[in-house]
Structure formats: C-alpha cells, structure tokens
Write a protein that binds this ligand. Sequence first.
Ligand SMILES: C[S@@+](CC[C@H](N)C(=O)[O-])C[C@H]1O[C@@H](n2cnc3c(N)ncnc32)[C@H](O)[C@@H]1O
Length: 230
Amino acid sequence: MAIDSTQHKRPVRSYVIRSGRLTDSQRKAIDEHWHKHVFAFEGKPIDIDSLFVQKAPINLEIGFGMGASLLAMAQQQPEQNFLGIEVHKPGVGKMLHEIEANGLSNVKLICHDAKDIVEFCIAKESLDRILILFPDPWPKKRHHKRRLIQADFAELLATKLRQGGFIHLATDWEPYAKHMMVVLQACPNLKNKNGSNEFWNNPERPPTKFEVRGKTLGNNVSDLLFVKED
Ligand SMILES: C[S@@+](CC[C@H](N)C(=O)[O-])C[C@H]1O[C@@H](n2cnc3c(N)ncnc32)[C@H](O)[C@@H]1O
C-alpha cells in the first residue's frame, strides 16, 4: 500500500541526537536511578507538584546539556524545585549521577523533546521560571527553522508561566541573541525586565559547559530576562 507522504511529515527538530558514548558512571546511573528521577512522556498533562517532595516554585530548564547549571541551581536553591528537560542521554546520565551523589530531592528530569513536553504536559500558569541557556544556535540560514526560540514556541512558553514568572534566555551567538530579543519583545504578556532592547548585563545564574567553551573561543554572551505581565 502506498504511504501518503503528506500525513507523515517529519517535524522540524531543534536537536540532532548525537551518538555520544555513555561513561560507566552515566550508564550505571541510568540503569539504577532512571525510574526514580526521570518522567516519561505520555502525551498527557503532568501534575508537576506531585513529582517533588516539597511544594515550591517550579523552575524549568530546557536543554540542560551536561547539567552544570541545573545542578548548581538545585544545590544553591534547595527551597525551589527544578525540572530539567534534555534529549541527550549522556547529559541525563550525568545529572542522574549527580542527583544521587548529592542526595537532591528538588530536581527531576524528562528525556524527551521539550516542544512536546511544553505543549502537551505542562499546565498553563504552572511555572515560576523557564531557563533556556545556550540553545543550539543553528547559524546557517537554511537551519533557522530549527531554532528553539520561535514566535509560536515563545508564546506557548509564556502561557505556562505564572503571572510575575520569568523567562531567562542566554546565547553566545550574536545573531541569535538579536533574534531572541525580537521574538520575545513581540510576545504578548512578556515584558523585558531590563528595558526595551536591553540585554541583562549581570545575569544571576551559574555558568554552563557550553558557555565556558564559547568564552574560551572569545564569544560574547547575551542574557535576556522577560517577566510575564498582563
Ligand atoms: C548547545 S547545547 C547547550 C547545553 C547547556 N544548556 C549548556 O549551556 O551547556 C543545547 C542542548 O539543548 C538540547 N536540546 C535542543 N533541543 C531540545 C529539545 N527540543 N528538547 C530537549 N532538549 C533539547 C540539546 O540536546 C543540547 O544538549
């Protein structure tokens, strides 16, 4: 039977699954601790509060990579809850190892496309902060459609924030920083905390692995902070 190609259109992904090898400790953490800390995508809403021991503000980090910032934030702010989404298995394995090694109960993970999670699993007005730090810049013009920060996704993210909640973006790719600024400023209900067209000069966040690498190459880092307001 012929397959109707129009019904099997591949979604545009913001990532490519890299065939990075798992270290022994990442593999061990995945084998032993996945079921305790990683939540499966089931295409239906998640009661995020029920994932955590404490009821506390929810911070969502999308694309946490190897987890340097997620781990540091969870350790520095034990009174807050952190949900991390990442598709790269070694990063999830590394974070699982750290969660166990540090006895953290305020950080949980999802290993699935964040676009699906945000669209289908996260309730409106349920998040206090969304962080997307150094998303893949997709510098070639023909790849711009793969960038995570697009008008429709930004608007969707804004619906998931509580009033007064924050969205914090960072990149070391200047054209992407400008694009982020345009997209977020056009987003209804989001206001630039630093004033129109202004970046955040002294961002409050831990460094990330990708950022450190970019800085050694001499790249400038831009942070953006927007607040949800009616
Ligand atoms: C350039 S890396 C930055 C990682 C980390 N934030 C850092 O700064 O070191 C971007 C990360 O986002 C992840 N990513 C991209 N699109 C994603 C998506 N739709 N859902 C989940 N993770 C995604 C990639 O797997 C990758 O690890």
